[in-house]
Design a protein around this ligand. Sequence first.
Ligand code: AMP
Length: 514
Amino acid sequence: MRVPLTVGDHLRRAAEVYAGKPAIVDEPGTPGSWGTVTYRQLDARARGMAIALDALGVGQGERVAMVSPNASRFQAAFFGVSGYGRILVPVNYRLNAEEIRYVVEHSRASVLLVDPESDEALAGVTAKHRIVLDGVADAELFAEATAQPREWAADEDATCSINYTSGTTARPKGVQLTHRNCWINAATFGWHVGVGDSDVFLHTLPMFHCNGWGMPYAVTAMGCKQVVVRKIVGEEILRRVDEHGVTLLCGAPAVVAAILDAATARAQRGEEIPGGGRVRIVVAGAPPPSKTIERVEGELGWELIQIYGLTETSPLLTINRAPAEWDALAAPERARRQSQAGVVALGVQIATAGDGEVLARSNHVFAGYWQQPEETARVLEGGWFHTGDEGHVGDGGYLVISDRKKDVIITGGENVSSVEVEDCLYQHPAVAEVAVIGVPDDKWGETVKALVVLRSGQDTSQAELIAFCRERMAHYKCPTSVEFPDALPRTATGKLQKFRLRAPYWEGRDRRVN
Ligand code: AMP
């Protein structure tokens, strides 16, 4: 008889097989930190949460939104909410109150869970049940259960999470991932990265990000010891790698850069760099520069594995894990090959459309945008998911992402919709026309730049426009530079030619994404 693939399986199995083993070590010194809990306890706390949701009358398919940096209770919520038939909406805590209100209201979440550090800023954001995870409330919410929650009609095609992501529209879209999507993505991830019970996983990737790329499920299923990092500080990451014997972590290229900086500082102080020959670091979100890859392998002695994917694909599409025969190559050539997005993951099909757009099919392709059927139909046209990325499949089946068709900027691994930033700037009285583009940046990969045509007789400055945006949007979305051309290039029909605006900044590079 077939068994539905549901995400609750991962923790249920771990609680049976690895009952007394440390499951997760929380960040010490944060409000309501859990210290170390075992798999038996983690499972009991997730069940406790499901029982609490039963008691609140939260039905199957209802949304539970969570605004929190990484924490053990966030990991427990993946299972306490989604594992028992509700839908988790993990919200990007870096958004401002207005942006978070949009996500909570748009998803029509009946429960809102808020980290105490965000409570004050989010005072105006409410839901039917608003719970601040201050250590007291969550001790109740995640009380270790001895009983079982209400049964739910397990359905692998039901949505288990809605992850909001910035795309081509001014407002973020809610990506509905199903149990089957997440389950198969996690299994495929585990297969390719080789996750086993001796692994120690460091949660550096924000858990709100596309289910932490599926790692929260994969590492739980395999009974790995997990260690939480709340804020990205390179030296802190190195310290934990050392202290806990970490073997596996994930991060966008900007996180890798922070780790490399910290390692350089350690080397200058004559201190050791931990994890050499032991750590695998999985990098995605943007292409890691080949120099970064060379340094990770040369200076840290860590293995770098690149993946490519999107929130809409749960996210895994391609993987680049250097095969043994590349060991014989000179470091720069090996790094160049590693900087390609990779070969298809098991169960994934990739194609390129006539205009170079990368198309994908797999069991991880999402169930559609929440309440946006037209957008869903647009990206799934012809039975393929349209990634909005441009690329080609080259030697040995390696996919190379060369440009972005969609009007999205990726800075420090976070997506920024150019349209959203443009909409914000149009509210300023001195702005007649604006185009927002991504330009290369050493620290963040890309950074947001605004080109503004002023209204006649009006004046403003770069500093004023940046400050204007910072009052209205999450700071990572705001321009870091503004220029004031006399006009913007347009086609005869009036369409803005962004590629012409971008061209001078990307000259001499072999790809126009960073
Ligand atoms: P998100 O939905 O936030 O995961 O962002 C997905 C987007 O990130 C993709 O459409 C790509 O533009 C970009 N991306 C992710 N991984 C890579 C990679 N390895 N190389 C190039 N771009 C990437």
